[in-house]
Design a protein around this ligand. Sequence first.
Ligand SMILES: Nc1ncnc2c1ncn2[C@@H]1O[C@H](COP(=O)(O)OP(=O)(O)O)[C@@H](O)[C@H]1O
Ligand SMILES: Nc1ccn([C@@H]2O[C@H](COP(=O)(O)OP(=O)(O)O)[C@@H](O)[C@H]2O)c(=O)n1
Length: 236
Amino acid sequence: MAVNYETADHGVSVVAVDGPAGSGKSSVSKAAARRLGFAYLDTGAAYRALAWHALDTAIDLDSADAVVASLHGFAYAISLDPADYGVRVGATDVTEAIREPRISEVVSKIARVPEVRGHLNTLFGGLIAGCGRPGIVVEGRDITTVVAPEAPVRILLTADEAVRLSRRSAELGGASAEALAQQLSARDRQDSKVVDFMTAADGVTTLDSTHLDFDQTVDAVVELVHRVVPLERPQS
Ligand SMILES: Nc1ncnc2c1ncn2[C@@H]1O[C@H](COP(=O)(O)OP(=O)(O)O)[C@@H](O)[C@H]1O
Ligand SMILES: Nc1ccn([C@@H]2O[C@H](COP(=O)(O)OP(=O)(O)O)[C@@H](O)[C@H]2O)c(=O)n1
């Protein structure tokens, strides 16, 4: 079921960004949100936090029933301020822990369960509607197609796989390049069975950042937003 949070309904302009792992969704969306004065919602963090919670409570991730049952005790909180990112489960700050490879390895098992997706999409809908800013940049895998298909700006952020890998391995420092490559492409393969984030749906703009540096990519997103959402531009 689509959850529509467009300007007309809630007064919040949604910028929807999808793409594969390492394409730059989180970093570019966060920077674009700061430039625009918008909120920022990282939806992948919720799937990662639920995976963290499931591991923490020794839930069998191969059992969809057990994963669905774990949603009852899942007290999730995320900051929507792009200048002050943070994720909590109950009283525990999991901002760093959810990035660990042990979470990346299992998160797709969580994401493939339809009840989990439905539950989290409802949660995202509430966060978007109540974000308290004129707009919000929301990034993930199914934002342009399921979470906010009516968003005024919808972007598929891509980059060649080799480029995505080298960006991610630079970020993780010590991780073995080969192990990382295997994990990242295995995760994309698993995730693609659930939602298609490799091809742009109708009306979605593809932004290929393979040959763009970080600032150029953020500029391109901000420009796309200015084209369709009436906002004051900062004086230069
Ligand atoms: N256009 C770009 N050029 C160079 N580096 C980039 C670009 N976009 C993102 N990055 C870097 O690549 C890494 C992965 O980006 P990230 O935002 O975590 O991707 P995703 O959220 O899609 O997995 C980060 O270190 C980020 O700073
Ligand atoms: N909208 C979303 C966002 C993330 N996810 C899942 O959550 C995982 C982590 O997402 P992420 O955005 O943090 O991943 P990266 O691209 O940053 O590595 C993905 O591998 C998907 O399994 C999803 O299914 N749908």
